[in-house]
Design a binder for this molecule. Structure first.
Ligand SMILES: *[C@@H]1O[C@H](CO)[C@@H](O)[C@H](O)[C@H]1NC(C)=O
Ligand SMILES: *[C@@H]1O[C@H](CO)[C@@H](O)[C@H](O)[C@H]1NC(C)=O
Length: 288
């Protein structure tokens, strides 16, 4: 039988002491404005996502392929829950060749919107923090030669995104950081960037101070507590609008990304999400 050496035991003991942030799972400490976490029972009744009568979490009609239902877009992979999931389950947003919204033939997209998020609602006032965790599905990898917009807040008039969480090679930019997640402001200025982890959960929180026009980013990997990694940074947050969480894959080889360009066929890509919620940080509270 294998016995650890004394040195290994001492090393393990000291690294335990040295790592107080390794805090498995965590409670949400602040008032929840929108809870996007998925009850475990919904994984076996995904039709809950398809109608206003049953979907109490997200908008059943948007933003997705015209002929698709959320019950077929969303998957429930057998992965451990993320840091803030509690008893809830992770959900995977997938895209396929059918993920064409309205006439936007350049994009392949599927994006969840909080059911109660409105252009002039509480998601756009005071100080709010959007939390989400992401995990990669080896069976449905993203193609990082393309630009992806996965989480964002879009203005009410659809003219800009105040904040963007992206990956892949950004169109017109260097490929050198294509394997990074990037958080950008509405002008495309980088606020934070971190390598995509192909195995572990990656936990993000974006604090939006609509009163001061400032953004602060928090991050951790795995089960570790979040830490502030960027900001507060000045960023123009005016314009109201809505959050969206999912995948928007842009085409290559076009200047008109909405309507044209190249997308390979037989797409089968996904992004796993956990612990999606918006919390009230008016008094400085951020769940870590
Ligand atoms: C889910 O994963 C766990 C751990 O890998 C495994 O024990 C369990 O059988 C899996 N459940 C299903 C339904 O595949
Ligand atoms: C990734 O995208 C590029 C550009 O569209 C394409 O040429 C390539 O075949 C894709 N790779 C995979 C593995 O699908």
């Amino acid at each position: 039988m294998h016995r650890p050496s004394v040195a290994a035991v001492l090393l393990a003991a000291s690294s335990t002491l040295a790592a107080p942030t390794l805090d498995k799972r965590a409670d949400i400490k602040c008032p929840i404005v929108f809870d996007g976490r998925i009850p475990a029972s919904w994984a076996t009744t995904p039709s809950n996502f398809d109608t206003y009568a049953t979907n109490t979490i997200y908008n059943p009609d948007y933003v997705k392929g015209n002929d698709l239902k959320w019950s077929t877009i969303l998957k429930f992979p057998n992965v451990t829950a993320s840091r803030f999931d509690g008893d809830n389950v992770p959900v995977e947003v997938t895209i396929s060749d059918q993920s064409i919204f309205q006439q936007q033939k350049g994009f392949r997209r599927a994006g969840l919107q909080f059911l109660k998020d409105a252009a002039d609602g509480p998601g756009q006032t005071d100080v709010k923090t959007l939390h989400f965790s992401v995990k990669q599905d080896p069976a449905r990898p993203l193609n990082l030669t393309h630009e992806y917009l996965n989480v964002w807040h879009e203005t009410a008039d659809y003219s800009a995104d105040q904040i963007m969480f992206q990956t892949g090679q950004l169109i017109g930019k260097s490929a050198s950081d294509k394997s990074n997640f990037k958080i950008l402001d509405r002008n495309g200025q980088s606020l934070y960037s971190v390598a995509m982890d192909k195995n572990a959960w990656q936990n993000f929180a974006i604090k939006l101070d609509y009163t001061k026009n400032q953004v602060q980013i928090y991050y951790s990997a795995g089960d570790a507590a979040l830490k502030s990694v960027a900001g507060p940074t000045s960023a123009t947050l005016s314009g109201g609008g809505q959050f969206q969480m999912g995948i928007l894959k842009k085409p290559t080889g076009t200047s008109d990304v909405v309507n044209s360009g190249y997308q390979e066929s037989n797409l089968n890509e996904g992004q796993i999400y956990g612990g999606i919620f918006l919390e009230d940080s008016a008094d400085g509270c951020v769940s870590l």
